[in-house]
Design a protein around this ligand. Structure first.
Ligand code: SF4
Length: 404
């Protein structure tokens, strides 16, 4: 992922102590903190590309669809689950961009219009905060005009990373959202904003002013956080964040277990941690301020409460899940989530794992069939080990061999 930041985010980093700063850690990578990826990490861990009947529309669940309006964001988060499309291509990663064009959106609108089982739309990306207000209005009014669409949500990080835009009288984005919310209310439809705060430092005085403005004008705002190691995975930080959000009338909605996204192994936490946090926080907050702690199942199984796994072996870090509410084969199969690998025991082990990972990144793939390449007469073989439990033991690692 490229690095892209707003002045707001840059100003929140404690530059006297950037190494442990929870804002810096979310956006700016340090090679020294990177850990080798778990073999199950991929660029599109939720399998969205496989559930897209037309480019830029993920239609996976009954009744709902995800409209990817653009692939640009005001910031690029290291842990983004849509790294397969968000931001420009980098030296190691090709992207599947979703250009913000009317022609592409028209195909999406037509698909929604033709499927009257779709009642609920998430408008995301990328981030529609990067669209001009007139494009936001055009998308919103078109969705409101479709009789069977009963509600839509704008999924945007804008409120946390560039809140000034909402209260700037010269900028019509906030007013457009308010207008859409009011229009929807008159039609008996809900238009709301799902935003994304991860740490209490992000709830600044400007955020408060912007959130107050939206509240005064009747816009419903909910928050989705991602649980991240060293950033918000402790009781005090998460509790402070949830209270700070509730105080400005942003409803804590979800806290996500980290997706199996590539190159952010250092930020992942084991499943047992999210369940512990859920248990500790419950009872300390009013029920309506308590978010759902969820795992978005790899491969498109959808969001499940973290404590509702079918099996979980803390020793191996493998949890298995079913999603019986999903139609067709998705409702029949099992889904696996993998905790982060144990930290390498020695510096030498870490060095070897990093060398192997560099090879994998060089070949821009984690697919097993791509692990055999020929380079300058040397055949380089990377063999993915079976990372599932095998005869009572589990191996998380890779083997790399080179032969002339
Ligand atoms: S703002 Fe959202 S979509 Fe954009 S990079 Fe961050 S997590 Fe990904």
């Amino acid at each position: 992922m490229e690095v892209r930041l707003t002045p707001e985010i840059l100003s929140l980093v404690d530059w006297n102590s950037p190494l442990d700063d929870p804002i810096r850690m979310q956006f700016i990578t340090l090679k020294s903190s990177l850990l080798p990826d778990h073999p199950a990490l991929t660029l599109d861990s939720l399998g969205e590309k496989d559930d897209s009947p037309v480019p830029g529309l993920v239609h996976r669940y009954p009744g709902r669809a995800l409209f990817l309006a653009t692939s640009i964001c005001p910031v690029y988060c290291r842990y983004c689950t849509r790294a397969y499309m968000v931001g420009p291509a980098t030296g190691s990663t090709q992207k599947l961009p979703q250009k913000p064009t009317r022609a592409r959106w028209e195909i999406i609108f037509q698909h929604i219009e033709q499927h009257n089982d779709i009642h609920d739309i998430v408008v995301s990306g990328g981030d529609v905060y990067q669209l001009p207000p007139e494009h936001l209005r055009m998308i919103g009014e078109r969705l409101l005009s479709i009789p069977h669409v009963r509600r839509f949500r704008i999924a945007s990080k804008g409120l946390s990373v560039n809140p000034g835009r909402i209260i700037d009288p010269a900028d019509a984005w906030g007013k457009t959202l308010i207008d859409l919310s009011n229009q929807g209310r008159k039609m008996g439809k809900q238009v709301c904003w799902h935003t994304h705060f991860n740490h209490p430092k992000e709830v600044t005085w400007i955020v408060k002013k912007a959130a107050d403005h939206l509240f005064e004008n009747g816009v419903t705002v909910r928050n989705q956080s991602v649980l991240q190691k060293g950033i918000n995975d402790d009781f005090a930080t998460m509790s402070t964040l949830l209270k700070a959000l509730a105080d400005i009338n942003i409803q804590p909605y979800y806290v996500y277990q980290h997706d199996l996204t590539r190159s952010v192994e250092d930020l992942r936490t084991p499943l047992k941690d999210i369940m512990k946090l859920d248990k500790e926080l419950r009872g300390t907050l009013s029920g309506f301020m308590m978010p759902s702690f969820v795992v978005d199942l790899p491969g498109g199984g959808g969001k499940r409460l973290a404590a509702t796994y079918d099996s979980y072996d803390e020793a191996t870090g493998v949890s298995e899940w079913s999603a019986p509410g999903l139609p067709g084969p998705k409702g029949q199969r099992m889904y696996s989530y993998f905790d982060p690998r144990p930290l390498p025991a020695t510096v030498e082990e870490l060095r070897q794992l990093r060398e192997q990972q560099d090879l994998m990144h060089k070949y821009r793939s984690t697919r097993t069939e791509d692990f055999v390449k020929v380079e300058e007469g040397v055949e380089v073989k990377l063999r993915e080990e079976n990372f599932r439990a095998s005869e009572g033991s589990l191996s998380y690692g890779f083997h790399a061999t080179a032969s002339a």
